[in-house]
Design a protein around this ligand. Structure first.
Ligand code: NAD
Length: 503
């Protein structure tokens, strides 16, 4: 049996076992169907076969989950940080022990290639470990003193919160939001993306088997417009952490207004790689190719605009096109595959629509621009050349393995093009001129920048975007600031005179 066949057999074994009961909601430690009894199917983008039925939650299910999270908050928020740490470390260990099942399930549900997803499960465990270690000191604050007054500032968990996640790397992204929330002492209702719900249920089961008390993490599946909307409107939930499209972020802000929800948004991007002719071109080409064609290009920090100095534009485009043409498109469980199928036929149609848009706008499809195969949602890694930034292919988030290459003359033009977008998530800059790097990073409108590097993550650093790419930062202590309220208590240090009114 080939490695691919073995992987398919193991993946389908895991999924079939779990599909017997269906992918239920998970509330107060129990697997439960939707109150309405309604279900929907999650289909694999590999061949559009149904993997499992999924509970179709709505406002009633959200209400039950939110009230459960509210009740569990009373105990969990008072559980000492050191105790929460111990439990979260056990969750991390349990994720590592089930990494194979998580990765194979995720690949079949999302179409992401195993070579990237096997690490995503481990990164999920790393998120739990990292935030577990911060739990014992999360409440700590500062003491500030004047001759007459002593102020003690500390933090306390904000309350039960809602977490809404997208479909591109669902397991890793869920842990990135849920781990700091429960480390901080919050309880959670999680609404996973309807297109890739399987690993969210796996996560809550793993966490509870590892010792997370029932009700601390609850999962309600369902559509964004029903379950998601109800989550953002529920009065018991104090904050919403959301990862997804910018337009959905606007809806959530409106929906949460009546209950004054605190919101944290990680949204879309149209991230530039800016390549000057003094840079290490070999490495820059590899990095740009990696950042757009890994994870199917369905990645918020993907390098979807390649801005190249005109002196090397032709050469760089030729090299990226050659590399893209050699990338293996195939079954996500084939260890050789780089690009798997896109999440579903609707998204595939959206990505492919940009092939026609590029042609009608006068750009050239240097490589790709086609569907691959008869079944499944496969598209070829694509490079648009001869493009400019005013084109839709320069402005809109395509969220697939599709790169738009735009030439620039000098530093001023590079900066102007880079910032000429509604988005501001990430930017990648390639130059060996230190002064230029300082000037550029001072002026680039992006929440995260990498110099002479692809995206490498370090969990204590802030993650998030400016402009339409988001509100707030994750990572390090920033995550705790979101999930906690800062309170100040003032004590008199010496007898003092209180103003006396009315006499
Ligand atoms: P999406 O916004 O369509 O959906 C995300 C989630 O929101 C899903 O769970 C969906 O059911 C829910 N939702 C939809 N409408 C809702 C509503 N009215 N109220 C409440 N919830 C609602 O996004 P997607 O298509 O699943 O994911 C792709 C997007 O996510 C891309 O734009 C990508 O850039 C972005 N993303 C951003 C980051 C980041 O860190 N900045 C990371 C990953 C993905």
């Amino acid at each position: 049996m080939s490695t691919l066949d073995q992987n398919i057999s193991r993946a389908m074994g895991y999924i079939a076992e779990r599909a017997k009961a269906g992918c239920m909601n998970h509330i107060a430690g129990a697997s439960v169907p939707a109150v309405s009894g309604e279900t929907f199917a999650t289909r694999s983008p590999v061949d559009l076969t149904t993997l499992s039925s999924v509970a179709a939650g709505d406002a009633e299910d959200i209400d039950r989950a939110a009230l459960t999270a509210k009740a569990a908050f009373k105990t969990w928020s008072k559980t000492p940080g050191a105790e929460r740490r111990k439990i979260l470390i056990k969750v991390a260990e349990a994720i590592e022990a089930r990494a194979d099942e998580i990765a194979l399930t995720e690949c079949m549900d999302t179409g992401q290639a195993l070579r990237f997803m096997s690490k995503a499960a481990l990164r999920g465990a790393a998120n739990f470990r990292y935030f577990a270690d911060q739990a014992p000191t999360a409440e700590d604050g500062a003491v500030t003193r004047t001759p007459t007054q002593m102020n003690t500032t500390s933090r306390r968990p904000i309350g039960p919160v809602g977490v809404i996640t997208p479909w591109n790397t669902p397991f890793m992204l869920s842990t990135w939001k849920i781990a700091p929330a429960i480390a901080a002492g919050c309880t959670v209702v999680h609404k996973p993306a309807e297109l890739s719900p399987l690993t969210a249920k796996l996560l809550v089961e793993i966490a509870e088997e590892a010792g997370l008390p029932p009700g601390v993490l609850n999962v309600v599946n369902g559509m964004g417009e029903t379950a998601g909307k109800a989550l953002t409107e529920h009065p018991a939930l104090k904050a919403i952490a959301f990862v997804g499209e910018s337009a959905t972020g606007s809806h959530i802000m409106r929906q949460g207004a009546a209950t004054l929800k605190r919101v944290h948004f990680e949204l879309g991007g149209k991230n530039p790689v800016i390549l000057f002719d003094d840079a290490n071109i070999d490495q820059a080409v590899d990095a740009a190719t990696f950042m757009i064609y890994s994870l199917n290009g369905e990645r918020c920090t993907s390098s979807s605009r390649l801005l190249v100095q005109d002196t090397i534009y032709e050469e760089v485009c030729a090299r990226v096109a050659e590399a893209a043409g050699r990338i293996k498109v195939g079954h996500p469980l084939d260890p050789e595959t780089v690009v798997g199928p896109l999440i579903d036929p609707g998204h595939e149609a959206k990505v492919r629509s940009y092939f026609d848009i590029a042609k009608s706008e006068g750009a050239t499809i240097a490589v790709g621009g086609t569907k691959v195969g008869e079944t499944g949602c496969y598209v070829a890694p694509t490079l648009f050349t001869g493009a400019n930034n005013a084109m839709k292919i320069g402005q809109e988030e395509i969220f697939g393995p599709v790169l738009t290459a735009i030439p620039f003359q000098d530093e001023a033009e590079a900066l102007e093009i880079a910032n000429d977008t509604d988005y501001g998530l990430a930017a990648y800059l390639w130059t060996n001129d230190l002064n230029r790097a300082v000037r550029m990073t001072d002026a680039l409108e992006a929440g995260m920048m990498w110099i002479n590097s692809e995206n490498t993550r370090h969990l204590p650093t802030p993650f998030g975007g400016v402009k339409s790419s988001g509100i707030g930062r994750d990572g390090g202590d920033w995550s705790f600031d979101f999930y906690m309220e800062t309170v100040n208590v003032s004590f008199p240090r010496a007898p003092h005179k209180t103003p006396k009114l009315g006499g």
